[in-house]
Write a protein that binds this ligand. Structure first.
Ligand SMILES: Nc1nc2c(ncn2[C@@H]2O[C@H](COP(=O)(O)OP(=O)(O)O)[C@@H](O)[C@H]2O)c(=O)[nH]1
Ligand SMILES: [Mg+2]
Length: 209
């Protein structure tokens, strides 16, 4: 069984000071509200409702942690972390700002982060906030995987052109990173995503705390 299929809900935090103590590798899912984060987490963990997915953008405003175990009796070996989505159009500015502060705080200070999975809706490409977060992630020298989501929404021709354009727009990123085309609806990119995440979690490199 895939390690990711062992995922179970561990805890929710409203602020970063409510998170579990550091030390276990965390894979952090980032993306605009509605970019397909919950759907992607549900799919790779093979759990229909692990992460809440909704047609109403912006329902998940907490940091949700899902724990992984290699065996039922073993210790937790990793967490998938679902951060609040950003860029809501229907939230008051102050609440929007608070969410952004929580996300930035987590990204910059959480040493347990092994890798970032940044989701970009292929039809929207990179927004200013995505770019801002990539600029924050870059100097941390951590692994970055970019999931181009909802690729089922484009036909083959549009897909090829749009992917090329986005990759060009991502060329400002200096560190190596991986781009995976993904669709929760058509189940595209699951094996690649799963393999990459499992490698990050199980790689024996000690966390530098
Ligand atoms: N066509 C299509 N729709 C998707 C895909 N992934 C998510 N969605 C839809 O996009 C909306 C937002 O998805 P959700 O996973 O809740 O996004 P989140 O806000 O980033 O967690 C929902 O209506 C999903 O059904 C996909 O791969 N293809
Ligand atoms: Mg969500």
């Amino acid at each position: 069984m895939s390690l990711l299929h062992t995922a179970f809900f561990y805890s929710s935090a409203y602020k970063t000071n409510q998170l579990p103590i550091e030390g276990i590798p965390e894979i952090c899912f980032l993306g605009r509200s509605n970019s397909g984060k919950s759907s992607a987490i549900n799919l790779i963990t093979n759990k229909k409702k692990l992460a809440f997915s909704s047609k109403t953008p912006g329902r998940t405003r907490l940091i949700n942690m899902f724990a992984l175990k290699q065996n039922i009796n073993s210790d937790i070996c990793g967490y998938l972390v679902d951060l609040p989505g950003y860029g809501y159009s229907n939230l008051p500015n102050s609440e929007q700002k608070n969410l952004e502060i929580t996300i930035i705080n987590y990204i910059q200070n959480r040493k347990s982060i092994r890798g970032f999975i940044l989701l970009l809706d292929i039809r929207r490409g990179i927004t200013n906030l995505d770019r801002y977060l990539i600029d924050l992630i870059e100097p941390l020298n951590k692994n970055l995987i970019i999931l181009l989501t909802k690729v089922d929404k484009l036909n083959r021709e549009q897909f090829i052109k749009t992917k090329k354009d986005i990759e060009q727009n991502l060329s400002f990123i200096k560190n190596p990173f991986e781009v995976i085309s993904f669709s929760a609806t058509k189940k595209i990119g699951i094996t690649e995503t799963t393999t990459s995440i499992e490698k990050l979690i199980l790689n024996n490199k000690e966390l530098i705390l």
